[in-house]
Design a protein around this ligand. Sequence first.
Ligand code: GDP
Ligand code: CA
Length: 330
Amino acid sequence: MSRAPRVVVLAGGVGGSRFVLGLRSALRSRGVADTASALTVVVNTGDDLWLSGVRLQPDVDSITYALAGVNDAERGWGRAGDTERVNHELQAWGSGWPWFTLGDLDLGTHLARTGWLREGLTPTEVLERMSHRWELGARLLPMTDAEVDTVVTVRDEDGIRSMHFQEWWTRHRATLEPVSFDNPGVTGVEPAPGVAEVIADADVVLLAPSNPVVSIGPILAVPGVRAALRSTAAPVVGVSPIIGGRVVRGMADVCLAAIGVETSAAAVAAHYGARSGDGLLDSWLIAEEDALAADEVAGLGIHSVVTPLWMTDAARSAALAEAALATAAV
Ligand code: GDP
Ligand code: CA
């Protein structure tokens, strides 16, 4: 293809940002100068929440900071070199959650965002504005402008109760048995402006190796997104977040178990389903460690490609991204 391919990727935070960095790098290696015009990321906003009067968007910020090169790679969230002076003060006031740290630089982001939201900008407009500070080399779109924060219903000795996803994930480290994950009100919302259009106009649509339940799940729950994926002329290629029958970095296995999906590359492929049936995938990238699952994936009507899936450094992430693009023949 002589012009730059139009690449759309659905993504969550950590796995999502590594893959997006890989895509930007793969496009640059192909000689695409203006990657921001070629690469659109539809970001999960199910993790978003209000805390201490400000709006947090963990996955949006993870991807923004990673693309800007200002993320704390070691810790896995927030800004490199951040401090916690304001956080200590908030704790002293009893504001927020004692188990949830807000870095000073990070709070600057949240304050700027909240200010613009209060002035009447939509989340899409706010994200557009926030994308100007650094050369991100990608366009970021929230999955929707509506607030559909993920709620986890758990079962423990006190019975059944619900809490915000962040409380379950960060405070309880996903140890409380989840019964269900919901995005209240999501059935009545629309995708953010541009989301359905970029999917329709894409040359390839990619599902990042993000958590299928709480990162990709909320994006697919937004009415219209699933239909856009099913109807686009572009191939839909997914990357398995499961390597060697295990989740990498994180607790996605607990989420998968709650929705009755086994922690295996083939089971997640079956969960997304084949576009030739009533699902979403044309192709599914699986790890060499899961090569034996290739037949099972093929049996689902999904073209499977065995390739290294570890994104342990920039070069490996770029190679994986290139493999995903090549699978779609773009
Ligand atoms: P979160 O929003 O920060 O939880 O991040 P994501 O949902 O985007 O990504 C979390 C998922 O990424 C986990 O379920 C992991 O299985 C997957 N993951 C993390 N690192 C890698 C990697 O190096 N390769 C692959 N294939 N998947 C990964
Ligand atoms: Ca997330």
